[in-house]
Ligand binder design. Structure first.
Ligand code: C2O
Ligand code: CU
Ligand code: CU
Length: 509
């Protein structure tokens, strides 16, 4: 076993982590999804001191520690992405135009940062869809490079999914059309060109898709966009001394991690809220960093939705971990919190302050979180299905593989029949340094997590998912069904791993 961490350093780090977070969670490297980029594996090989002391630690702390995020000072009011206007006037039809473009953004006062965005200089608008709608989206590439438009979490035909095969060259455009056949949820969109997804997302290409349905409209949940229903896109970046995003300099093969947090593109964000229930739609939109969201006071909140829909009942939590691309909708009841305290959302991974809240006057008092929100079920039949696909994630840096292979756009790795439910078994094979979390994502479907290491998944994963964390040495069983035909990607959502080939193709026919 090779490691660069000596026993003394290990003890010091443990003490620091314990001092930083006063909860009972044991800090382990398994909470960390990626490396800092400050030290390479060559460094590890050169320092084998203390490797004996690591035996019996099951690889914990054996990967690089992740660089901490700077605390938000709270000096800027959180920006809310604009809502994209529907160009169609007919009922049950929606038309949008989405342009990928270059721009300049004043992230830091008085300086311009070169960024990419959709229909704007940085990030993208929110696209609202309704279940049952026919949607037409015109896609325009106004970048200087090839891109695609991928709809993460949408159950659409393969040719509308925007995977690496759907390349648009600079100046090209395309029209996609699909019907919304899935329930209310918070999804997102981002580029997916082979080998440069990470850089394009890092530079700003990411936007939100909300699906509404009769259920979401009838549930009495906070739903005033930007008022009490707040999207939060969490991304970490590294800015150079000219306040630019220099991806080549920042890039880490195991996942690019920065010390500067942006939420919806806002530096040092703060959110003003009333004393009422506030719905936060959390999206981990970072290239590689994991977030464990928690209130600094330790108060609990309710999770109401997973990646692909509402939970059956709200789940009370004190913290929630999201790996890259995962979403969760949570409700914080600010009327019940002691607002004399400085309230903030923090990242329990490193204790950093993500989003301070400024609580003002009394808001709506009568709102209730419904007891029953959905009827998600896992049937006996699904539980008893045999495993028909085994998928092994292994490796790190540019040596990442799925079932021992790297991505080849001309090779189909799996086939599945339309409408047939299959049980897939995922395994994260540790390396001699313990391994790392891989966030697993499948395109074009919302699936069900059946078990984690043979056990029932936690309550807040008993709902539709399109991404999940796969810890080293963990086995996760998932029931997968596709509603549409086409070729779909399956990959690690650490975007550098994806670009390095930790991606397979599924053909649904
Ligand atoms: Cu978020 Cu392949 O996607
Ligand atoms: Cu996706
Ligand atoms: Cu990975």
């Amino acid at each position: 076993m090779k490691t660069r961490i000596t026993l003394g350093l290990l003890a010091l780090m443990t003490a620091l982590v314990l001092a930083a977070c006063s909860d009972d969670k044991e800090p382990t490297a398994n909470d960390d999804g990626a490396n800092t980029g400050e030290e390479s594996h060559e460094d590890m090989d050169m320092n084998e001191e203390g490797s004996d002391s690591m035996d019996g630690m099951e690889g914990h702390m054996s990967h690089d520690e992740v660089v901490s995020l700077n605390d938000s000072t709270g000096e800027n009011e959180l920006k809310i992405p604009p809502v994209l206007e529907d160009e169609n006037t007919k009922e049950e039809e929606i038309a949008y135009t989405v342009r990928a473009q270059k721009g300049e953004t004043e992230i830091f006062d008085g300086t311009k940062t070169k960024t990419l965005g959709y229909n704007g200089a940085f990030l993208g608008p929110m696209l609202r869809l309704n279940e049952g709608d026919t949607v037409k989206i015109k896609l325009i590439n106004e970048l200087d490079e090839d891109t695609t438009f991928h709809w993460h979490g949408l159950e659409v035909p393969g040719d509308a999914d925007g995977g690496p095969h759907a390349l648009l060259k600079p100046g090209e455009e395309n029209m996609i059309e699909f019907k919304v056949t899935q329930e209310a949820s918070t999804l997102w969109f981002h580029p997916h060109p082979e080998g440069s997804t990470a850089e394009q997302v890092y530079n700003g290409l990411a936007g939100l898709v909300y699906i509404e349905d009769d259920n979401s409209k009838s549930l009495d949940l906070p739903n005033e966009y930007g008022q009490n229903d707040i999207p939060l896109i969490f991304q970490d970046k590294i800015f150079d001394d000219k306040y630019q995003l220099n991806y080549d300099a920042a890039m880490n093969e195991d996942g690019t991690i920065g010390e500067t947090l942006l939420i919806n593109g806002t530096l040092n964000p703060m959110l003003s809220v009333k004393k009422e229930k506030i719905r936060l739609r959390l999206l981990n939109g970072s290239n590689a960093r994991n977030f464990t969201f928690k209130l600094n006071t330790g108060d609990s909140f309710e999770q109401v939705a997973t990646d692909g829909g509402f939970l059956n009942e709200p789940v009370t939590l004190k913290e929630i971990t999201l790996t890259p691309s995962e979403r969760a909708e949570i409700i914080i009841d600010f009327s019940k919190l002691d607002t004399d305290d400085d309230l903030a959302l923090i990242n329990d991974e490193d204790g950093s302050i993500l989003l301070p809240f400024q609580v003002s006057e009394q808001g709506r008092e009568d709102s209730n979180i419904p007891e029953k929100m959905n009827d998600f079920t896992i049937t006996e039949e699904e539980m008893n299905l045999p495993v028909t696909k085994n998928v092994e994630f292994f490796g790190m840096m540019d040596k990442v593989t799925i079932n021992g292979k790297q991505f080849d756009k001309d090779r189909i790795d799996f086939t599945q029949e339309l409408g047939v439910t299959e049980v897939w078994e995922f395994y994260n094979k540790p390396d001699d340094m313990g391994g790392m979390i891989h966030p697993v994502h499948i395109h074009g479907t919302q699936f069900k997590i059946l078990s984690r290491n043979g056990e029932e998944p936690p309550e807040n994963e008993q709902g539709w998912k399109d991404s999940f964390s796969l810890e080293p040495d963990e086995t996760v069983k998932v029931a997968v069904q596709f509603k549409n035909k086409g070729v779909y990607m399956l990959h690690c959502h650490i975007l550098e791993h994806e670009d390095n080939g930790m991606m397979s193709q599924i053909k649904v026919e």
